[in-house]
Design a protein around this ligand. Structure first.
Ligand code: SF4
Ligand code: SF4
Length: 447
């Protein structure tokens, strides 16, 4: 880092950080035992919430200089927000992290490759759903055309870096582009109507995880919901917000608020913990924008996770059954720490006949997925995943249920790494519930 770059970063920290929030930290250290990176680095304060806050404040106060070590500390944070619920001062660490990353990534010098990668991902791909469809359908083609089998047979896959190679194995079967484009904008309740809701379909969820989105809609229909799915909605912007692209995240937020503005609905339903938490936070993201502030607050107040509305509608009292099996649940950090939703998924799983629910030790500790963390901070991510899999194995569960696509892939990756693919599966909560419901009611899933 040269002197000019240091000056720019320091200035950005002064402008972008919420100083009052930094001051809220009393340095009590209650958050330390909840922080996965603090634990996995052998209790290194630099990689703890308290240490990170001290570094951010030191930069704003001008008592420390920006350095690679400071950047490393901010980069290494999972953004899991496990430090928030345990903090007696109520420090909103997730907000501080977003501001710090924005300060660094909008000012630091990036290599051409890094610049190009960020531009493609954040500007060219995620904000454009048609491009997401095209890109993910290429993966589907690779899977269906036989190319995947050939790549494995001829060991061409060995040319791909190891972590991406393992990830490739656990990707879901990606549907054809045509299937992605067939989504209706309104779906009526199957059971007597009790609510009218909107569905936030997401970007990756509506392409790579289309089957889970279809299952979500079907469950809502069975629970007595009329559903609207606005066509103009976009990616939630979480990836942008968590990666130092706050202005782009605000653009995504405005697009989504606009898309749902005219819908007379009780709730906006999400099925991905990470997206849900970010949507829930739009009021904070746009708090300084007088034109959008009120609309953002109305939007945020309507966000509800699928598990939460299902419990509200007593779906845990309907008949559901599956083969006898032990099941455990891996919390989505953002569903738990952002949306405070953690009992509802457990309640629904426990309501299924045939399921013996066993709680995993440290179920709410991050699995190491954290957006794209498992790709860009692979070593730490795998260290965290190994711990998670040890806890999962102790439950003897045949099924690990999660409520976020990133966690789902990470759990599948963990199962693959442990060589447990023949005996253990990871599934999204809604896929699990739909199967249990339709089995009990002898219905066949159709999309
Ligand atoms: S628990 Fe809260 S106040 Fe205490 S050190 Fe951690 S962030 Fe600061
Ligand atoms: S967000 Fe997670 S990884 Fe980051 S400081 Fe908080 S607990 Fe640690």
């Amino acid at each position: 880092m040269n002197e000019q770059e240091k000056d720019r970063i320091q200035q950005a920290f002064k402008e972008k950080m919420d100083y009052d929030e930094l001051m809220n930290c009393t340095r009590c250290g209650f958050c330390l035992p909840s922080c996965p990176t603090y634990i996995e680095t052998g209790q290194n304060e630099v990689h703890s919430p308290r240490g990170r806050i001290a570094l951010m404040k030191g930069l704003v106060d001008g008592v420390i200089e920006p350095s690679e070590e400071v950047k490393r500390s901010i980069d290494m944070c999972l953004g899991c927000r496990a430090c928030e619920p345990v903090c007696p001062s109520g420090v909103q660490f997730g907000h501080l992290l977003e501001q710090a990353r924005d300060a660094i990534y909008q000012t630091n010098k990036q290599s051409l490759v890094e610049k190009a990668t960020r531009s493609v991902a954040f500007k060219q791909l995620f904000p454009h759903q048609n491009r997401m469809q095209r890109t993910t359908s290429l993966i589907g083609w690779y899977q269906r055309s036989g190319l995947q089998k050939i790549a494995h047979k001829m060991k061409l896959i060995q040319l791909v870096p190891k972590d991406l190679r393992t990830m490739e194995k656990v990707l879901p079967e990606v549907p054809k582009r045509q299937e992605m484009k067939q989504r209706p904008t309104e779906v009526a309740a199957i059971m007597p109507r009790r609510k009218r809701v909107a569905f936030f379909s997401g970007c990756l969820m509506d392409t790579m995880f289309l089957k889970t989105n279809e299952a979500t809609i079907k469950l809502l229909q069975y629970a007595g919901c009329d559903i609207v799915i606005p066509k103009t909605q976009a990616c939630c912007g979480a990836l942008h917000g968590h990666s130092g692209e706050r202005e782009l995240a605000k653009e995504m937020a405005k697009r989504n608020i606009q898309a749902f503005d005219d819908e007379e609905v009780d709730y906006i339903i999400t099925n991905a913990g990470g997206c849900g938490a970010f949507l829930h936070d739009y009021d904070y993201l746009l708090q300084d924008d007088p034109t959008w502030q009120e609309r953002a607050a109305t939007f945020s107040n309507k966000i509800k996770d699928i598990s939460s509305i299902l419990v509200d509608l007593q779906f845990d009292e309907v008949d559901m059954n599956l083969d006898d099996q032990i099941v455990t649940y891996q919390d989505s950090c953002h569903l738990k720490n952002g949306q405070k939703t953690f009992m509802e998924p457990r309640k629904l799983i426990e309501a299924i006949d045939g399921v013996t629910y066993v709680e995993m030790n440290d179920a709410s500790r991050c699995c190491g997925s954290a957006g794209i963390y498992n790709i860009i901070e692979s070593e730490m991510s795998m260290q965290i995943l190994d711990y998670k899999m040890e806890q999962a194995k102790q439950t003897a569960a045949k099924t690990i249920v999660t409520a976020n696509p990133g966690c789902l892939l990470q759990m599948k990756l963990g199962i693959e790494r442990e060589g447990l693919s023949d005996s253990v599966q990871a599934v999204h909560l809604v896929d699990f519930l739909l199967e249990a419901y339709e089995r009990a009611h002898e219905r066949v899933t159709t999309s």
